[in-house]
Write a protein that binds this ligand. Structure first.
Ligand SMILES: [Zn+2]
Length: 298
């Protein structure tokens, strides 16, 4: 950690200092060697916040772009005793910025998003194999995926009951509410549709009346069209680029909140499996460093 409490005040590590962890209250030892960046370490190697990852120079450089009292903010949950250390907390935006260097499991990603509520992710993507592609190529790719799901028509004899239609529409809307759209979400939605349809067909007995409800192919369109409309819309926005990510870290497609891949001078803001937005590092920093304008206007 960069900061410990020394005599009740946030302090960086220095030789001979005695610090207390602002999160768990246990003693911290200053580590001021020549190789690793100066930091504080718990006496007991078991870290207090299990979300905490070993701090690297990459972390430290990012944190230093923000005011000191925004860094390593201890965030308590008022409902239980859970406490975590947010890398950066912008109090006027009530927003946590997490800098993630090592791989993260999907469960942990979900718990952090749930705990912090408003959070953005900045991921060290220096070694990720990402290529920018011409938008033309990307439009083709998106259309291929769309065709793949629209290709096989359902037997229109069987109708989809209203409650199943409503359940599927709700799932579709959840995808549209997500900060980024990925193919995996579409695949899961269509699998749910197919399994519901299969159940309907297997339950149907010959000789019974024609089932009532929505025509299945019409419903498929209703589910897919808005999703692909949104994906295609993002192609057209300035500063958006098509991309291909080899050995994609799928976990980042599952994030509910915004994900920015740090590529050095630029950050790639994930918009969908096909589109990213390029943001200059200094624009990103000045945007998230901003406090609310209310103070200034007074
Ligand atoms: Zn601690």
């Amino acid at each position: 950690m960069k900061f410990a409490l020394v005599d009740g005040k946030k302090n960086e590590a220095f030789k001979g200092a005695k610090g207390v962890c602002p999160c768990c209250g246990s003693d911290l030892i200053p580590k001021c060697g020549d190789i690793r960046i100066h930091h504080w370490a718990h006496k007991n190697s078991k870290e207090c916040d299990h979300w905490w990852e070993p701090e690297t120079e990459w972390h430290r450089n990012w944190k230093n772009e923000f005011p000191g009292d925004w860094q390593e903010e201890v965030m308590p949950d008022p409902e239980n005793n859970e406490r975590h250390i947010a890398d950066v907390y912008n109090p006027s935006k009530k927003l946590v910025i997490e800098f993630q260097n090592s791989p993260i499991a999907i469960d942990e990603l979900k718990s952090r998003e749930h705990f912090y509520k408003r959070i953005i992710w900045v991921v060290n993507a220096e070694n990720f194999d990402i290529k920018i592609l011409p938008l033309q190529l990307i439009i083709k790719e998106i259309e291929e995926v769309e065709r793949k799901y629209l290709r096989t028509p359902f037997n229109s004899f069987f109708k989809i009951p209203t409650q199943i239609r409503e359940m599927l529409i709700k799932r579709r809307n959840e995808i549209l509410e997500n900060k980024m759209v990925c193919e995996e979400q579409i695949r899961i939605l269509m699998e749910t549709f197919e399994s519901e349809f299969g159940t309907l067909v297997s339950k149907h007995q010959t000789g019974t009346l024609k089932p009532v409800g929505v025509e299945p192919n019409q419903l498929k369109n209703e589910l897919l069209k808005p999703i692909f409309l949104r994906i295609k819309k993002e192609v057209d926005v300035p500063k958006n680029y098509g991309y291909r990510w080899l050995r994609r870290r799928k976990v980042w497609s599952c994030a509910d909140e915004h994900v920015f891949l740090d590529r050095g001078q630029y950050l790639y803001w994930l918009k969908s499996d096909w589109v990213i937005r390029k943001i200059a590092r200094e624009d990103f920093i000045s945007h998230y460093n901003k406090e609310n304008c209310i103070k200034d206007s007074g």
